[in-house]
Design a protein around this ligand. Structure first.
Ligand SMILES: [Zn+2]
Length: 160
């Protein structure tokens, strides 16, 4: 999607902020004048405005926390994962997904259960469950871990 400024020039996605799993703020800046606008919405919606790879402020922070000699390698790893997945916007969830890739496998039943998680939070849930698996020294996501994760997520949303 092409957004034009009132001056006629193209506006480019310059910054991404992760407000919550359901709300992302993308700042578009004019390439000619000082104008800018913020588009707020779900990740899949605001992705339409991103023409090239853009790291969210939060994902960039994750990168900044790494030792300087590791940073370029991780950046490359995450960006190539994003490119392979066809994702222009690099979020914390995508960052962690790239970092955990290949470390944890999913049993078919666990995969089926993940498919039932609502789409907007699925990728985040996937990463969180994989992170829990790694923490517990598991190489596969089990039914028991899914139950534990479910209890945790429901707790987070304040439901019984
Ligand atoms: Zn302008």
């Amino acid at each position: 999607m092409n957004v034009r400024c009132c001056c006629g020039a193209v506006m480019e996605a310059k910054a991404l902020e992760e407000e919550s799993p359901l709300s992302y703020h993308l700042r578009l800046c004019c390439t000619e004048c000082a104008s800018w606008v913020t588009v707020a919405g779900r990740l899949e919606d605001i992705t339409l405005f991103a023409q090239r790879t853009l790291w969210s402020n939060e994902a960039r922070h994750e990168l900044d926390r790494l030792p300087p000699y590791v940073e370029p390698l991780v950046r490359e790893e995450v960006e190539s994962h994003a490119a392979k997945e066809g994702r222009a916007l690099i979020t914390v969830a995508l960052f962690q997904e790239a970092r955990l890739r290949g470390k944890v496998s999913w049993s078919q039943t666990a995969k089926d259960r993940l498919a039932n998680v609502p789409a907007p939070i699925r990728s985040m849930a996937k990463v969180e469950i994989e992170r829990m698996a790694v923490e517990q020294g598991l190489s596969e996501v089990t039914e028991a871990l899914m139950d534990e994760a479910k209890a945790k997520f429901l707790g987070m949303r304040g439901r019984p």
